[in-house]
Design a protein. Sequence first.
Length: 254
Amino acid sequence: MKSISLFVDNGTYLTKVHPFTKLMYIAAAISIPLITGKLWMFGVFIAVSLCVLASGKILKKTFPLIAFSFTILLTIFLIHGLFNQRNENVLFLIGGLKFYREGTLYALHIGLNILNMLLSFAVFVLSTKPSEFVDELEKRGFSPRFGYIVTSVFQIIPQMMGTMDAQRSRGLETEGNLRTRAKAFLPLISPVVMSSLINTRERAIALEVRGFGAGKKKTWLSDRKRHKGDQEITILLGLCILAAIAWRIVVCLR
């Protein structure tokens, strides 16, 4: 049976990296550019994420995500480039539209931040098996209920994609202009809601049968230990975050 997740099991090194190491990368990729406030730092982590995705042979899986984000980014650039309240200096003209320097830079900051977050999370989601991640959380003392919530979050997008494919096979037009997509909204959302309710009931019964709330200490079939490389990368990323915080404090005190 095919797993309902975005995880790509291609046997590369990235799938063997410990989930907590990849979580630490997400923390570093998001926090360091925000702490330093430098635009070029967003570019550095975007480039790193792209290289990691390419070396893990999962870069193609991110193309739809990047394409979708560009729609949002274009909207942000239009709004802030034209109408930001701090706009003063004209940067360039397109037809009769004036794009201002202040709004464009602000939109660039937001856009790079969004793209950076999407790619860093893609590194984690596409290379991490949800069940292994949940197991590691529970081994560290997290509640099984929290693990169940995490698993459910991982399965939301694949379930919606499956519903869209099923509706397309029945002849529903889901692509095209805004009017066409609006017509497809109700036929898409209704099966999603109904299937979610049915799945919730079935999972509740299945979890109860498996002793989900038994309160007994679990035993594990396999123990995934963190390799030396995982520890070194985690320490290095942690030091980078601390260095960014220290640099920011020094700058603020000047």
